[in-house]
Structure formats: structure tokens, C-alpha cells
Design a protein around this ligand. Structure first.
Ligand code: KG4
Ligand code: ZN
Length: 353
């Protein structure tokens, strides 16, 4: 089985073709085309929705053609067409969703609407054949949550951020320090030369019951320190980055530990922890989670950074998982700018879906 997947919920235009393996175990990425719009948003210090939507329109046709060509196929060679239908920026979602529906209709193929968070959550099955149930940590520019992944379409959100997303915190701190957008990779790079103990930044929610996150207080503490220091030396910037990163690592480890306790309360034992989202590329976070998992006797699945950040392969894979279970969608499926993985939790939490 081969599925074409389209991703346009944020600032990456991405198309991929993924094939299932014989016996239904894991998948093979036949092509994975990603075009980042970072350069077009950098001057604004963040993603501008209108620019994003237009940029998706400009390149999507070409990327679809290239993804098919690199997979050695034409559209008749795929079995279904999938697209992220949310959550994300509505203008961009509409571009990818409409293209996928048009392709499916023209080629007479089934269409599959994928929840973008589900695509991140299922990545560990594409790369490492992780069995259900497991814990997924989704950390990106727009999302920060812990999800119990119990089956395809069966997710229980254990906690999420009540304010900023992890990537947002990295980006905002980078901006305060004069580092370029997106800030996460810059903060990580600069932190390498810094002293993580020079500033004792708060660890919001640390030790708190449940698995929610709060990151805006940490960001504010960095802002206050920046104001107190006045003119920043190179050393100051490095120490601020290192101390901020150390704080966010501590918070993430604590929240994952707490999430694992919540998971255990349901009586099930997770088969592993998988990380997804752009912040999942952060080496300090990956190392800390590797340590946590080894202490907990838990398998840590960290997909390669290219499959952590937004891409079409994870959307195609989620589409494949759905298609294999007969889960296809009608062509009138509407774009969903907000789309919590589990509907119930969205009524309990007011954090970002
Ligand atoms: O998943 P993603 O590519 O896009 C969405 O937000 O959906 O994630 C982008 C976010 C940005 O906030 C970026 O600063 C952050 O991921 N990021 C990182 C790193 N690489 C990307 N944050 C910390 N460390 C990194 N190495
Ligand atoms: Zn994402």
C-alpha cells in the first residue's frame, strides 16, 4: 500500500509518499519533499499566516509532482491521498486539504483527513515499529502536550501547556537575545558555550500533579534578567541560553515523569516514549529523555530531526495507518484550525489543541 501525504498547517510545505511493509510492520519512505518558508517569515520574527498560505500555493503543485517522481510513481500508483486537516493556520490548511481532495477526486482515490498531532504521535511506528500503547511528547512551535497513544484514533491527552508552547518559548527567548528566527536551534547552539548554572530560572509546574506545562513564567524571568543586565556580552547571551535551556529541560523531564505516572494509573504499561515536533530536535532534551527512559526501563524512540519537524512522510504514514483500518473521509471534510486529539480533554483544558 502506498499513500501520498500533504502537510501545510504551518510554515513547511511538504509532500511525501510512504509505503507499508509486507506483514504490516513499519513503513518505507519512498519520497519526502519539504520546502521551508523560514526565509519568508524571518524578517517578522514569526510565521505570518497570510504569507504562509500564499507560499504554500506557490510551491505545492511542484512538490506533489516531485514527490511522485522521486517515488518513481504517477498518481495512479498511490492507493490513497492524505492531508493534514488541522490543527494549524486555516489558510495553509485549506491549500493542502483542497489539493489533496482534488487529487483524490481526479484520480479516483480514497481521501484521508489526518490530524497533524496524530501524525507526530504515530511517527514512532513508522520509524521504530513501536507497539501501542505508548507515551508521546509533542513539542513544537504551536504545541506542547503529552498524549497516551492507545491505538489509531485512540488518544488520551494527559497534559498540555496552559500558556506558551515550548518552541514559542525558545523563539521568544532567542528574539530577546537578538538571535535569528527560528530561535530554537540558535539557542541550542549558543547554549553550548554557556554556563547553565549562572542564572537560576524558575521551573514552572515542577513537581506539580498532572502533566500540564506552563512556560510563560520562565520566558518572563529571562526577560527580566535581560533587562537587569542591560548591555549583554557574548558570555551573558551564552549563559542566558544555557540557563534557560537547562530550566526547560528540567521542566520537560519532570512533566514526562509525571505523565508516566498518570499513564500507569490507567493500568497499562507504555511500550515506550516517542518525541515529536520541531523542539524534539534539541540535543539537550533528547539526552535528558534518553536518561529518564533508561532509568525507567522504558524504550525511548527519537525519530530523526527531519521526521520530528513538520514533513509529509508522517502525514502519509498516519494516512496509511488509517487507510489500513478502513478509515477514509468524505470530500466535504472541513479544515479544522483547532482539533484536539481527544475531544473530551479539550473540554477540560483550555490549553492549545
Ligand atoms: O514542528 P515545527 O517544525 O513546526 C511547528 O511549530 O509546527 O517546530 C518548529 C519549532 C520552532 O519553535 C523552533 O524554534 C523549534 O521548533 N526548534 C527547536 C530546535 N529546532 C527547532 N527548539 C529547540 N531546539 C532545537 N534544536
Ligand atoms: Zn508539527
Amino acid at each position: 500500500m502506498r499513500v501520498l501525504g500533504i502537510e501545510t498547517t504551518c510554515d513547511e510545505t511538504a509532500v511525501a509518499v510512504v509505503a507499508s511493509r509486507m506483514g504490516g510492520d513499519g513503513g518505507d519512505i519512498l519520497s519526502n519533499e519539504v520546502m521551508s518558508q523560514i526565509a519568508q517569515h524571518a524578517a517578522y520574527g514569526g510565521v505570518v499566516p497570510e504569507i504562509a498560505a500564499r507560499a504554500h500555493i506557490d510551491v505545492l503543485d511542484r512538490l506533489i509532482a516531485r514527490a511522485l517522481a522521486n517515488a518513481g510513481l504517477d498518481i495512479s500508483g498511490v492507493d490513497a491521498v492524505a492531508a493534514s486537516a488541522g490543527p494549524g493556520l486555516i489558510g495553509g490548511i485549506l491549500v493542502g486539504l483542497t489539493a489533496a481532495k482534488a487529487l483524490a477526486l481526479a484520480a479516483d482515490k480514497p481521501f484521508i483527513a489526518v490530524n497533524h498531532l496524530e501524525a507526530h504521535a504515530l511517527t514512532g511506528r513508522l520509524t521504530d515499529r513501536l507497539d501501542f500503547p505508548y507515551l508521546a511528547l509533542l513539542v513544537s512551535g504551536g504545541h506542547t502536550q503529552l498524549v497516551a497513544v492507545q491505538g489509531v484514533g485512540d488518544y488520551r491527552r494527559l497534559g498540555s501547556t496552559v500558556d506558551d508552547a515550548a518552541g514559542e518559548a525558545f523563539d521568544k527567548v532567542a528574539k530577546m537575545l537578538g538571535l535569528s528566527y527560528p530561535g530554537g536551534p540558535q539557542v541550542e547552539r549558543v547554549a553550548e558555550a554557556g554556563d547553565p548554572r549562572r542564572f537560576d530560572f524558575p521551573r514552572p509546574m515542577f513537581g506539580r500533579e498532572g502533566a500540564d506545562f506552563s512556560l510563560s513564567g520562565l520566558k518572563t524571568a529571562v526577560r527580566q534578567e535581560v533587562a537587569r543586565l542591560g548591555a549583554l556580552s557574548e558570555r551573558d547571551v551564552a549563559d542566558l541560553c544555557a540557563s534557560f535551556q537547562a530550566a526547560i529541560v528540567d521542566v520537560i523531564v519532570d512533566r514526562v515523569r509525571s505523565g508516566l505516572r498518570l499513564f500507569a494509573q490507567s493500568g497499562a504499561r507504555p511500550n515506550g516514549l516517542v518525541i515529536g515536533g520541531g523542539v524534539g530536535a534539541n540535543g539537550a532534551i533528547r539526552r535528558a529523555l534518553t536518561r529518564l527512559c533508561s532509568e525507567a526501563g522504558l524504550r525511548f524512540v527519537s525519530p530523526p530531526p527531519a521526521l520530528c519537524s513538520d514533513n509529509g512522510a508522517i502525514v502519509a504514514w498516519a494516512g496509511l495507518e488509517r487507510f489500513a483500518r478502513g478509515l477514509t473521509n468524505d470530500l466535504d471534510f472541513a479544515a479544522r484550525p483547532r482539533w484536539p486529539l481527544d475531544a473530551q480533554a479539550s473540554e477540560l483544558h483550555h490549553g492549545k489543541a
